[in-house]
Design a protein around this ligand. Sequence first.
Ligand SMILES: C[S@@+](CC[C@H](N)C(=O)[O-])C[C@H]1O[C@@H](n2cnc3c(N)ncnc32)[C@H](O)[C@@H]1O
Length: 246
Amino acid sequence: MDDPYAQSAEYIDLLIADAWGLFAPGLSEALHGLGDEPGVTVDLGAGTGRGVAVICASLPDSSPVLAVEPSPALRAVLLARAHEDASLRSRVTVSPADAMSVPMPEQVRVLVAMNMIGHLSPDDRRELWQRVAPRLVRGGRVVVNLAPPARPVAIPRTRMASRTVGGLTYEGWASAEAVGEHQIRWHMTYLTRSPEGAAVAEVAVNYDWWVMDEGELRAEFAEHGLTMRQIGHPDAGLYVASHVQG
Ligand SMILES: C[S@@+](CC[C@H](N)C(=O)[O-])C[C@H]1O[C@@H](n2cnc3c(N)ncnc32)[C@H](O)[C@@H]1O
């Protein structure tokens, strides 16, 4: 696999922390009121495990969580996070597969796909919904967010996030260009700065990202009998989809 996170992994957990301040309450709300049907909660593209921690805190019923993370470098952080906390260690299984190759559990309580759906092509997304929809337990859900932009447009270079740890500051900068009818190419630069502002390390990474808007996502879910609604803070772009209960 071509891993866009191989070079930038050390920056990802730090620089996504602020965004999780917005995502965590929304994800928690999306999991609220889940029935007690047995099944697995799958976190696709679990990254460094921030979503896994929210899932375990929001579902304090010891039900199993399958954290799927294809990037070895991010998986190392995920596994450390899962191992370090006894309440996660006993219920979180970390898989090195990806979204399309992971054997999907027969009973899925929730499928979570946070900040990752743009890595999947429209065909892969449809195949994924097709595999997941029939496996959702009664009351089961799909939780996904759409990160802007919703259309293939150029994004000028912007500082996305910054965090200081000890004597060094870590920054993530992003710009994007349209590369297709439904695709953009992110140009990411990650910098480590000294207190004086000098760059002591710099990594540049480019990767393609499939974009879509709320209406397109809604239509995809509807093809598989799933009804979608927005949840959480509007800026989180978070949606929850489920079968309409008969
Ligand atoms: C921006 S990170 C988000 C990580 C995490 N979900 C979060 O929100 O903190 C995107 C994640 O998707 C993963 N990813 C990329 N392609 C994938 C695929 N085909 N299947 C599953 N995960 C994938 C990456 O390795 C990375 O962990």
